[in-house]
Design a protein around this ligand. Structure first.
Ligand SMILES: [Zn+2]
Length: 344
């Protein structure tokens, strides 16, 4: 993988074009056949790839355009053994508590996999850039599955999912994937209540035998642009550095760079994918804003160990803003590359 110093990337999801909302509404009403829907989602991936390439992003994703939201029914829809539960709140301002959830009624399985192989098979034909495959982690996915009479608690549900995800990740590597990112916002959300050492054990079991570059994305939640946690990573440190991951992807921009010094306090060999673009703010950063944040990050991490990303996925951001923010991210990175190397 030949990427420049300070490679730019994304976390995973990309902003939806207006027509995708309209198309999915029509599909939900039964107006689309499966071929219509596949064509629509292929087109959406093409658009997400093009926006990232136009902006000049080095390591891209398929925008998670086939996933309706971050880890919604797309994933649970691939699982058997679940019963859907209606949301506890159905009216008023949109929020996490309005999403559907599930209860385990049998041991959970995913006989056809989770859909990531199909995602990769398509996107690899649509770009020559390095591809990262994001995948929700088991603890986060378990957050919307009640254990029922099958499992003891959320952690036991998570371990059941870890086996399913591990099989999917190994199959991805066999298909040619070289970079996988597990998304586990729930670690940061539950760090105070849960045990960081248990998260590490769960993570390492999930990626056991997966021969690829592994990233771990930790954030504080982004559904409808709202965090759901005390926004601190400190309770996870230093335990989280024991995860078998090559890179941690953390959010800093939305917190005005708070806790970036944790990286100096707890040195590691891991790469830091620093979130330096605020996906929850409609203020569009200038390239110089981004350059300034990169310089702050370089006070605590060497340039060889730093990747530049947005805080989180763009699925909750309007597309015009996502495009402008990606362009600023790349331009800002080029400013600092010139300072470091004399070239960009
Ligand atoms: Zn995130």
């Amino acid at each position: 993988m030949t990427t420049p110093i300070l490679p730019t990337s994304v976390i995973g999801s990309y902003a939806w074009p207006a027509w995708l909302h309209t198309a999915l509404d029509a599909a939900r009403r039964g107006e689309y056949g499966p071929d219509d829907l596949r064509e629509t989602q292929d087109d959406a991936v093409d658009m997400a790839v093009r926006d990232q390439e136009d902006a000049g992003v080095d390591i891209i994703t398929d925008g998670e355009m086939r996933r309706v939201g971050f880890f919604t029914a797309e994933f649970y829809g691939h699982m058997t053994g679940l019963r859907e539960l209606p949301p506890r709140r159905k009216v008023g301002v949109v929020g996490h508590d309005q999403r559907e959830s599930y209860e385990a009624v049998e041991p959970i399985a995913a006989p056809e996999g989770l859909g990531l192989l199909e995602e990769f098979a398509y996107v690899r034909t649509r770009t020559t850039r390095p591809i990262k495959m994001p995948c929700p982690g088991p603890f986060t996915l378990a957050g919307r599955i009640k254990p029922g009479a099958i499992y003891r608690d959320r952690l036991e549900v998570a371990y059941a999912l870890a086996g399913i995800i591990n099989r999917e990740l190994r199959a991805l590597v066999e298909a040619g994937v070289t970079f996988i990112q597990l998304d586990e916002p729930s670690y940061a959300v539950h760090a105070q209540a849960g045990s960081p050492a248990e998260f590490v054990r769960l993570f390492n079991q999930t990626v056991a035998g997966v021969e690829a570059r592994i990233g771990l994305h930790l954030c504080f939640g982004n559904y409808v642009g709202r965090p759901v946690a005390r926004r601190t990573y400190r309770p996870l440190f230093p335990h989280i550095l024991d995860v078998h991951a090559d890179e941690l992807a953390l959010e800093f921009a939305n917190r005005e760079m708070a806790e970036i010094a944790l990286w100096r306090e707890f040195p590691s060999d891991k790469t830091l994918a620093a979130g330096l673009v605020d996906v929850k703010n409609y203020y569009v950063e200038t390239p110089e804003d981004i350059a300034e944040r990169i310089r702050r990050a370089l006070e605590v991490v060497s340039p060889e160990k730093l990747t530049i990303t947005p805080d989180c996925g763009f699925s909750q951001t309007a597309r015009w803003a996502a495009r402008a923010k990606l362009r600023a991210m790349v331009e800002g990175t080029r400013i600092v590359r010139r300072e470091l190397t004399g070239t960009a």
